[in-house]
Write a protein of this length. Structure first.
Length: 537
């Protein structure tokens, strides 16, 4: 019969074609999802970084104001005693959270990607209870060790030193648990709770409480209480924010809790976090113990300035951590690597000029803290140079941690800490603030440099590309000649600092706008303009 085709053959052929098309459709959808995941990572990181930058700026400003209020009210010696207590408290509280906050950032973001949040309750039980027990035990140990108070705060009378240490002990558990809860909120992809509590709320409240104390009842105990009390309100806010996040994404069903994997990651991170926070404060403690309280106060002021220079790096770290973890959990390594390169370029482009200006005008900047602080200018120059290297490495430590390599992070951080501690013990008695700065700067360069090398060689996260080199040319190659040229003509003075800053930042801004596309600025602000893009997908 003419015109009749074998139906079985055609059916098989049609099924084959249909199957091929289905495969192509699935493949296209997979590629689309991966591209979309990378886009969402960039958009979320950009918006989170912007909010985190605002928070970091507020933290730096109010931290600066707090140091200025305390140093003017109590003098360098009294301020050194206060900030020695703050240093010890910060180190202990960060150690006793047992690395659970960073582990929650990684494991909560992974759980949201894989189960939609079903495993979060189990993760919280796994993380919070041990941190609470450890911090309570630590508080009891501090309360019952009066001899430690005398060694830690030798400039105070025995009774006052014991009272200050016990005051800090009372607030230790609530502060530690709050940090763990805020780690969980970051795992949900939002930096708002952390920024609102740690970078805006607590710094503002500390200043508001410290000012009347300095005016009407100046003393180390009163200032210590003003620094500690906002932590209680911060813990309450963290709990409320976490409950809201869990209600928004509750997940369905039940998911097993990877307790062993959680603590295998958190354990090394707990020790490396201790090294990280000790790096910031060990100079203050060594200067107080081996040098003078005045030197500890000067070093604290320098530390505030260095922190101000890294505030964008810290802001990006808050936002990028859960995004890299989520992308890696979803198998989008290319998206994670792109996000790391782009965020590193943002960090370097905006942070390098700050350190160049600090190195060019150290005495003028330090004089803002009061008489005697300008003597720490050589130490500020050392840390500014180290800061150029550190921000240039981006958040390599974050890449290592979110890839699950907390043991690597521990090895690098431990090596850097040994360098800083050994250098500080050897240099502080002879060189004072400068010795503490040299030890800190060398250790931080080792920490960031080795981390960047590991991320590149072992994980494939490349940092340097054409956009990065262009950022270096704009942020250092242009800003440095202008800043130091004005310094040579006008000196390290207020007029010279003002003129050099205006000229340098003006030239930087013009070039950033001119080369905004290869620098990635267009991508950054482009996703900010599309605020609803993430939620609509």
């Amino acid at each position: 019969m003419t015109g009749v085709r074998p139906t079985g053959s055609d059916d098989r052929r049609n099924e084959a074609v249909s199957g091929d098309r289905r495969d192509e459709t699935v493949s296209a959808q997979t590629v689309s999802v991966r591209k979309e995941g990378g886009g969402r990572g960039v958009a979320t990181t950009a918006r989170g970084s912007l909010f985190g930058l605002a928070g970091a700026a507020a933290n730096a400003v109010f931290g600066f104001v707090l140091v200025a209020v305390v140093t003017h009210g109590l003098g360098a010696g009294g301020a050194g005693a206060v900030f020695t207590g703050v240093a010890a408290f910060t180190i202990v509280s960060n150690a006793l959270k047992l690395g659970a906050d960073t582990a929650l950032v990684r494991f909560v973001s992974r759980d949201l990607e894989l189960t939609g949040g079903a495993g979060v309750p189990g993760l919280l039980r796994t993380a919070v209870a041990p941190a609470l027990l450890a911090s309570t035990a630590g508080a009891a140990a501090l309360w019952s060790a009066p001899g430690l108070a005398g060694r830690l705060l030798p400039g105070l009378g025995p009774g006052e030193a014991v009272g200050v240490v016990r005051l800090f002990a009372v607030f230790l558990p609530v502060t530690t648990v709050a940090l763990v809860l805020l780690g969980a909120t970051r795992g949900y992809g939002s930096v708002v709770p952390f920024v609102a509590v740690e970078q805006i709320g607590k710094p503002v409240l500390r200043v508001l409480l410290a000012v009347p104390v300095v005016l009407w009842a100046p003393g180390v105990t009163g200032i210590g209480a003003a620094w500690l009390v906002p932590g209680v309100l911060g813990a309450a806010a963290a709990w409320v924010a976490l409950r809201r996040a869990r209600r928004a994404r509750p997940g369905t069903g039940r998911a097993p809790t990877p307790v062993r994997e959680f603590w295998c990651f958190a354990g090394p991170r707990a020790v490396s976090a201790l090294f990280d926070i000790a790096a910031v404060w060990i100079g203050v403690i060594l200067l107080s113990a081996l040098g003078t309280s005045a030197g500890a106060g000067v070093h604290t002021a320098i530390g505030r300035l260095v922190t101000a220079g890294t505030m964008l790096q810290l802001a990006v770290r808050l936002a990028v951590s859960p995004q890299i973890s989520r992308l890696l959990a979803g198998g989008d390594e290319a998206g994670a690597q792109h996000l790391h390169r782009l965020s590193t370029r943002w960090i370097a482009l905006c942070s390098w000029p700050v350190f160049v200006l600090l190195a060019a005008y150290p005495r003028t900047v330090l004089s803002l803290f009061g008489p005697g602080f300008a003597d720490g200018a050589p130490g500020l120059v050392v840390l500014a140079v180290a800061g150029l290297v550190n921000v240039g490495a981006g958040n390599a430590q974050t890449v290592i941690l979110m890839a699950g390599r907390s043991v690597w992070n521990l090895a690098v951080a431990g090596t850097a800490f040994v360098i800083q501690l050994g250098g500080g013990i050897g240099l502080v008695p002879r060189y004072g603030v400068l010795g503490a700065a040299v030890a800190w700067g060398l250790a931080s360069v080792v920490d960031n440099g080795v981390s960047a090398l590991l991320a590149r060689r072992c994980l494939g996260f490349r940092t340097v590309d054409r956009g990065y080199l262009l950022a270096a040319l704009v942020a250092v190659g242009v800003v440095a000649p202008l800043a130091f040229g004005v310094r040579a003509l006008s000196g390290d003075s207020v007029p010279g600092t003002f003129l050099g800053t205006v000229l340098s930042i003006g030239a930087w801004g013009i070039l950033v706008w001119r080369y905004r596309v290869p620098l990635g600025v267009g991508e950054f602000f482009g996703v900010l303009r599309k605020r609803g893009a993430d939620n609509s997908r």
